[in-house]
Design a protein around this ligand. Structure first.
Ligand code: 4AD
Ligand code: MG
Length: 435
């Protein structure tokens, strides 16, 4: 039995297909049934005079999302979805679907999120998840071409990476453990073992943020490279993002188009993606603060940027922009002190244009044992669970850098969807873990 996506190779032939009823339409003596098998949608045409009475009657009464089996001849037809349709002959109902809750009318977001397991069958969600698939494969392809080794980090960890306030605790026999906030601490020893490594794994953040950019569980892709400094780290990030955007435009043009329907600035957005090339602009945190002041934004040097500040900064640029060298007190313990100014660290955030904010965060790592020990103390982190991490500074300490890029924020920006909850198959939000 062929999949709908393969039917171009079956034109003029009779095939038997299984799928769910996506939609139906009547017109005089014709019944059109749109059949969905996950790989595509096929218009099946039932003519009153060419099929049996019982087949026609069944076609007349099909419920949305009922599972059916159809046989008929595949033929070319310009105006059908995918340019082909089926002249149907027989029809069999395999499993009925009464009162399917998601109808073609508009539904509210809570209604849909509570039915996420069914909502995934709709065309917009389909387009998004297909883009996600292509994007993630593109990331893997990029790193494979460069000879990176994929390393899987643990999800149950003894300590914090990004700050203790966002930890999810889990009972670990007689002890407590935490869900991983980032794979980074494990990528660093892997970089000493393999040189160029990356991971793609969930990160868990118990952030009490109900914004369009926050999930409590998201997929974090984190490369880590030996003998790479901050500037090389930014080069890697811009090459990677450019590669991935190109791949999506090339492979998922149709899906991007569908997702862009009704988006105000979609054409401008696509132009921006098509023209994306390195280098991206690089400005320092201090320059960014001066820029905010010039724009009349009330902001104190030393604080973290919020979504509003990031939007004002990125608006000035037609591509993603790197903001580098943040104040030490606003950053995690592992970032390397700036040798030119001990108040700063050698890190960057990459801010996406069009208000999407930070999509990549990275840094050169502190490779000086004494400085790292002081940073752990300054951040009030327990030393003992991090002893092993210090070993990288004891046994052949090496210059190294890396970054993390959130899959969902990146996909939201590329596809132009407003909220990241739609960019992951089953979103975990502060107020939602069902289904
Ligand atoms: O900036 P973050 O917290 O950096 C790290 O995790 C470092 N350990 C990375 C590294 O250097 N290896 O997170 C990295 C990226 C962010 O830029 C953002 O894209 C995404 O992860 N991210 C989130 N995505 C969705 N929901 C959240 N709550 C997110 N927090 C971070
Ligand atoms: Mg960050």
């Amino acid at each position: 039995m062929p999949w709908i996506e393969e039917l171009k190779d079956h034109i003029g032939k009779e095939v038997c297909l299984r799928g769910w009823v996506y939609n139906r339409r009547d017109s005089g003596k014709v019944r059109f049934v749109l059949l969905r098998d996950g790989t595509g949608i096929l218009q099946c045409v039932f003519l009153r005079d060419e099929v049996s009475d019982s087949t026609f009657e069944l076609a007349d009464n099909l419920n949305q999302e009922a599972l059916i089996e159809v046989t008929g001849e595949v033929r070319e037809f310009d105006r059908a979805p995918g340019g082909i349709e089926m002249g149907a002959k027989t029809l069999r109902l395999i499993a009925d679907s009464k009162d399917y809750p998601i109808t073609p009318k508009e539904h509210g977001i809570d209604f849909l999120l509570s039915r996420r397991h069914l909502w995934l069958r709709s065309s917009r969600q389909h387009a998004l998840i297909r883009c996600r698939d292509t994007m993630i494969r593109a990331f893997h392809c990029f790193f494979e071409k460069l000879g990176f080794i994929l390393i899987d980090p643990p999800m149950i960890t003894p300590t914090s990476c990004e700050g203790t306030s966002e930890l999810f605790e889990v009972a670990y026999f007689d002890d407590v453990a935490y869900l991983s906030q980032s794979g980074q601490l494990y990528m660093e020893p892997a970089a000493a073992a393999f040189g160029k490594v990356y991971c793609l794994a969930p990160s868990f953040r118990a952030e009490k943020s109900k914004t369009r950019r926050h999930l409590t569980e998201f997929w974090n892709l984190e490369p880590e490279v030996a003998f790479l400094d901050l500037s090389g780290d930014m080069n890697l990030a811009e090459d990677m993002l450019t590669f991935v955007v190109k791949r999506l435009i090339e492979k998922r043009g149709e899906e991007l188009e569908l997702l862009g329907k009704g988006q105000e600035n979609f054409e401008a957005h696509m132009k921006l993606l098509e023209r994306l090339e390195p280098p991206f602009d690089r400005i320092s945190y201090t320059e960014a603060v001066e820029f905010l002041e010039k724009k009349g934004v009330n902001f104190k040097w030393g604080e973290k940027f919020g979504a509003d500040e990031e939007a004002v900064i990125s608006e000035e640029f037609s591509k993603p922009v790197f903001v580098h060298r943040y104040p030490k007190k606003a950053t995690p313990f592992y970032m390397k002190e700036d040798p030119d100014n001990p108040e700063l660290v050698l890190n960057f955030d990459l801010l996406a244009p069009e208000g999407y904010g930070e999509i990549v965060g990275g840094s050169q790592r502190e490779d000086d044992l004494a400085k790292l020990e002081a940073a752990i103390e300054r951040c009030n982190l327990p030393r003992e669970p991090l002893e092993w991490y210090l070993d990288m500074r004891r046994y052949g300490s090496f210059e190294h850098s890396g970054f993390g890029i959130g899959m969902e924020r990146t996909l939201a920006w590329i596809t132009g969807v407003h909220h990241i909850r739609e960019t992951i198959p089953f979103p975990r939000l502060m107020d939602r873990i069902y289904p």
